[in-house]
Design a protein around this ligand. Structure first.
Ligand code: 0A1
Ligand code: ZN
Length: 880
């Protein structure tokens, strides 16, 4: 894994596998220190390949025995490289028997077979299977698996793998066994096993077809009171995929297993999804509304992968977005449909837009920028990115925007009809969409091949005499590493026109009556003019409704126009957007004023607009909360050429203080109007009320008097759920009031709940009052460990990514801390280390004093070798 010169792998170099695998029989003798893996594979030469060499991957495993067609192979008959085993000039039909050894308990990377809290788990995506046995570990090699697990019965009473349990029984010496058979062909990255001391909530569920399936959620003892919501979300997912896409669960048994040590959110292993506990365990005492929403989304996501990812998988890892972009889109639609209301949908959409701006746009503008379908990588684990996932989902969403829901469904149906059981490419998905709808989507391919966030500029002209309104759109896309001179994208621009009374005007575009109040313009040229006719008054344009494309929109809106949209736009996403534009313009001015030492002021018009939304009971609480959340410091930074994080922080704090001071009575009134007495329910209505209420509390606590502090303390002490308790504690920490007693009592109450202890670290790490010394002190806390990814993220990542005013301390101490821990983490878990390494992506844009210190910290990591490929790639690209 550690090499001196990491190799770059190119998409253009793809070649088909030399051998195809038919069956895999795996036998595991599970022992934490020394697990023996026996692997019997049948394979035959691939007619599509010119090579007769069998190439198997293997990492960190010891070869014990190797037989081909019944005969032991001597070292001269095969070549053992650093991470491959090659058998040159093999026969056309081959049965290989391979025996290897591995050491799960010393595997801290959490890739391959590892031990977490004394039990065995696996993680094979993307290239973890090769850490278990020698195998052609690539997604275009699909085979049928049979798995025999043997382990000590007392320590590992539960033995699980993919598919169906076909046999189980006792062995000598207190051991037992279980045999599993997966009826479906799958790539190796979907293999999984669990050998653990666990308990489960289970249920028989009847599919629409009448077939009965067994659903199980497996957790450690003591957590059975936290599985209801995951189980409910699983049932909702099954039903939703039947109804929306006509896709049925193809197995008789579907299992979810929660594990405390996990690098990502969860994994869609066939029939045996393995989850980070964070996305399974919830009850009102320990989980917040956001946690509940996360569980629903991730349970849905992994379940939906069963068709989009597992039944139809990726030819190679460059096609990752084929399954991830599509599956994120599906989980987004699922979550929106679960809320059901139009305004609820809009709130989920606003969250998606915020994530794009907070994380994807910066990625697309930084040193790690890559197309949705990358052309090259050093380490595939570095490409599980917001670009592949979230921008990928936007690309899928655009098909639906262009084709309509029905057209999109036709495309999906054709995609499965053509490719079920295959390993395919992003182009195959696009072709299915085009062919099913009889349209040309060739230009749309650029969304997959060109990196960077397109900028769309709009200019409008109203001709009162002619009653026409013209909008001229032009597009450009910034250069990104290795790519310049981009070609125009096919961009669906959803647009509506508002009259002076705030209502939508009827639309006719280029002579065609639209029949709806939103038109989707097919914007395909570098510059293009669209003409609206019969426009009786000069309208205010609402452009890019529902955020119809992942672009930056430039339009010279006046304040009056934005206020008009903020008050009236029938499209809630653009209504919110108008508020964000009003706030951003002021935040940028304030930031400049801070830097210049000028006096700071916020206009009454802005405050009045905020007040009007805050008290408008005709709007959902959840929407009002969204409208009142100011653009984050990260998003403000993205709007500046040279970033001064302290000035941004001061400016935003000034805006918050002013709003708090001006809106005091209304904030208190809305706090009280949005209480949710009675038992906790995570539904969107109640969650929205809590969200607005707690936002009001946060504002009231910006510069609190005794009454506000009492309110927060009271909420903290009386809260009947974690959402309210955590919000009160965060408000207390951020207020600058002494919160140490509350922090201690919170810790004492929840010290046995790992996920709540994570919150405890996270809320302190992200508070502007927490300086580096305080973070270092927290690292000495007995509950802190770098080895658990959730814990490392809760403290380190939150400090480096969510506490900019402290992380960017003028003396560079935050950067030195970052370097120290990227290096320390790399020795334990390269994937997690490489994520932390990304905190410096945008270093070149900072003010010179900071930039030079950030550069020095990057150089320090670069010099620290030997680095993992994961970290070496991120640091190398940042310094390039
Ligand atoms: N396919 C999973 C994400 C995942 C990727 C890599 C992992 O380990 C390196 C783990 C999970 C998903 O999209 O949910
Ligand atoms: Zn996924």
């Amino acid at each position: 894994m550690r090499t001196d010169s990491p190799q770059t792998i190119f998409r253009k170099d793809y070649t088909p596998p030399s051998y195809l695998v038919h069956t895999v029989e795996l036998g595991f003798d599970l022992d934490p220190a020394r697990t023996i893996v026996a692997n019997r594979v049948t394979m035959s030469r691939n007619p599509d390949s010119a090579s007769a060499d069998i190439v198997l991957h293997g990492e960190e495993i010891e070869l014990v025995a190797l037989r081909m067609n019944g005969k032991a192979l001597r070292p001269g008959q095969y070549l053992l490289g650093a991470s491959t085993l090659t058998i040159p000039k093999a026969p056309a039909e081959v049965t290989l028997e391979i025996e290897t050894l591995c050491s799960p308990e010393t595997n801290t990377t959490l890739s391959g077979l590892y031990v977490s809290n004394g039990s065995f788990y696996t993680q094979c995506e993307a290239e973890g299977f090769r850490r278990i046995t020698y195998f052609p570990d690539r997604p275009d090699v699909m085979a049928k698996y049979t798995v025999m697990l043997r382990a000590d019965k007392r320590r590992f009473p539960v033995l699980l793998s993919n598919g169906n349990l076909v046999e189980r029984g006792e062995l000598d010496d207190g051991r037992h066994y279980a045999k599993w058979e997966d009826p479906f062909k799958k790539p190796s990255y979907l293999f999984a096993l669990v050998a653990a001391r666990l308990v489960c909530q289970e249920e028989t569920y009847t599919l629409k077809s009448g077939r009965e399936v067994l659903l199980q959620v497996w957790v450690e003892e003591g957590n059975l009171d936290k599985t209801d919501y995951a189980m409910q979300s699983l049932k909702n997912s099954i039903r939703w995929d039947e109804e929306r896409f006509g896709l049925e669960l193809d197995l008789d048994r579907f299992m979810i297993v929660a594990v405390g040590d996990f690098n990502m959110g969860a994994m869609e292993n066939k029939g045996l999804n393995i989850f980070n506990t964070k996305f399974v365990l919830a009850n009102p005492r320990v989980a917040t509304d956001i946690d509940y929403a996360g569980i629903e989304a991730v349970v849905g996501h992994e379940y939906f992968h069963n068709w989009t990812g597992n039944r139809v998988t990726c030819r190679d890892w460059f096609q990752l977005s084929l399954k991830e972009g599509l599956t994120v889109f599906r989980d987004q639609e699922f979550s929106a449909d679960m809320i059901g209301t139009a305004s609820g949908r809009a709130v989920t959409r606003i969250d998606q837009v915020r994530t794009l701006r907070q994380a994807q746009f910066p990625e697309d503008a930084g040193p790690m920028a890559h197309p949705v379908r990358p052309d090259s990588f050093v380490e595939i684990n570095n490409f599980y990115t917001v670009t592949v996932y979230e921008k990928g989902a936007e690309v899928v969403r655009m098909y639906q925007t262009l084709l309509g829901r029905e057209g999109f469904r036709k495309g999906m149906d054709l995609y499965f009809a053509r490719h079920d059981g295959q390993a395919v490419q992003c182009d195959d998905f696009r072709n299915a969409m085009a062919d099913a709808n009889g349209i040309d989507l060739s230009q749309f391919e650029r969304w997959y091949s060109q990196a960077g966030t397109p900028v769309v500029s709009a200019v409008t002209r109203y001709d009162a005499a002619d009653e026409t309104y013209e909008i001229t759109l032009s597009q450009r896309c910034p250069d990104t590493p290795g790519q310049s001179d981009k070609l125009p994208f096919h961009i669906p621009v959803a647009i509506g026109l508002l009259g002076a009374d705030g209502n939508d005007l009827p639309l006719a575009v280029n002579g065609k009556v639209v029949g709806a109040t939103t038109a989707v313009l097919d914007f395909t040229e570098a510059e293009q003019t669209f003409r609206f006719t019969n426009v009786h008054e000069k309208p205010v344009p609402s452009i890019l409704r529902d955020f119809s494309a992942p672009v930056v929109l430039e339009y010279g809106y006046t304040d009056e126009e934005l206020l008009h949209l903020f008050r009236h736009d029938s499209d809630p996403v653009n209504r919110w957007e108008a508020g964000q534009r009003l706030a951003m313009a002021r935040l940028l001015k304030l930031t400049a004023a801070v830097a210049d030492g000028a006096t700071l002021a916020l206009d009454d018009t802005f405050i009045a607009a905020q007040r009007a939304v805050l008290v408008d009971a005709s709007l959902d609480a959840a929407f009002r909360e969204q409208a009142l959340i100011l653009p984050s410091e990260t998003i403000i930074a993205e709007h500046m050429d040279v970033v001064d994080p302290q000035a941004i922080h001061t400016a935003r704090q000034f805006m918050r203080r002013t709003m708090a001071a001006e809106l005091g009575p209304e904030l208190l009134e809305q706090y009280e109007a949005n209480l949710t007495p009675g038992p906790y329910s995570p539904d969107a209505q109640s969650a929205g009320k809590r969200g607005l209420k707690n936002l009001c509390l946060a504002y009231l606590m910006v510069a609190p008097g005794p009454a506000e502090i009492k309110l927060a303390r009271n909420q903290f002490e009386k809260a009947g759920n974690m959402t309210d308790r955590a919000a009160a504690l965060v408000a207390l920490i951020h207020s600058g009031a002494d919160a140490s007693g509350h922090l201690q009592s919170f810790y004492d109450d929840f010290s046995g709940e790992a996920l709540v202890v994570d919150k405890w670290f996270a809320m302190q790490a992200a508070a502007p009052g927490t300086d580096l010394a305080a973070v270092r002190a927290l690292m000495l806390h007995p509950a802190f460990t770098l080895k658990n990814p959730n814990r490392a993220r809760s403290l380190l990542f939150n400090f480096c990514n969510a506490n900019p005013s402290r992380f960017h301390a003028a003396d560079g101490s935050g950067y030195a801390f970052w370097a120290e821990h990227v290096i320390a983490l790399d020795a334990i878990n390269p994937q997690v280390a490489a994520r932390l390494a990304r905190s410096m992506d945008r270093w070149r844009r900072y003010v010179p004093e900071l930039r030079s210190r950030m550069g020095a910290a990057l150089e320090r990591v670069a010099a620290a070798g030997p680095l993992s490929n994961d970290v070496a790639e991120v640091i190398g690209k940042a310094l390039a």
